[in-house]
Design a protein around this ligand. Structure first.
Ligand SMILES: [Zn+2]
Length: 191
């Protein structure tokens, strides 16, 4: 699904980094591999759609309708520690965004995302809100809560769409389905 409502979606070769890519023209044809590398997109161009793809990572869609600016972020565990979400908010503010709203989409929840204790310690030293324990009592991370805390700290209004990709069969999950997992797309555009 790379074209809808007459909008062709810009997309990225996602690498779990913190590069924010500004796009001002429609994305390439769906069959093209000629796409930029990064983990967040921003635009102020009407009719230019933004797409991020996730399967357990956190999709974040940002908009300031009055300023005519939108952004889309792919934030997994590395993106959380690199704070790619705040980098994207900063880019939108630099372009004139004032009242940003963020929709935080479905991702693997804190009860499901088991990690080694050392990893939890490392991540929560940077993002305390991500501290979690699995439903079976082992160390975990709540990357959604972590991203929400970064948005709130950046002064962005948060709408948490919720949903756990691992628990809900209708959602794609890498943790549950491995390499054959599909991807969930987060889409945003200025109509
Ligand atoms: Zn869950």
């Amino acid at each position: 699904m790379e074209e809808a409502c007459g909008v062709r979606f810009a997309r990225l070769h996602q690498v779990h980094g913190d590069d924010v890519v500004a796009v001002d023209a429609p994305g390439p044809e769906p069959t093209s591999d000629d796409i930029p590398t990064g983990d967040a997109l921003v635009t102020g161009s009407r009719g230019v759609g933004l797409m991020v793809r996730v399967a357990d990572c956190v999709p974040v869609l940002l908009a300031d309708p009055r300023a005519g600016l939108v952004g889309a972020v792919h934030a997994g565990r590395p993106g959380l520690t690199l704070d790619v979400t705040t980098r994207t908010v900063e880019q939108l503010r630099a372009r004139g965004a004032a009242d940003l709203v963020a929709w935080v989409g479905p991702r693997v929840c804190g009860r499901c995302y088991e990690v080694p204790a050392a990893m939890r310690a490392e991540v929560t030293a940077l993002v305390p809100a991500a501290y979690a324990t699995t439903s079976w009592g082992t160390p975990a991370l709540d990357i959604g809560a972590g991203v929400r805390s970064q948005l709130e700290k950046a002064g962005v209004e948060v709408v948490d769409v919720g949903g756990c990709t691992r628990e809900e069969p209708a959602l794609h999950s890498y943790r549950r389905d491995g390499a054959r997992a599909g991807r969930l797309a987060g889409l945003v555009w200025i109509s």
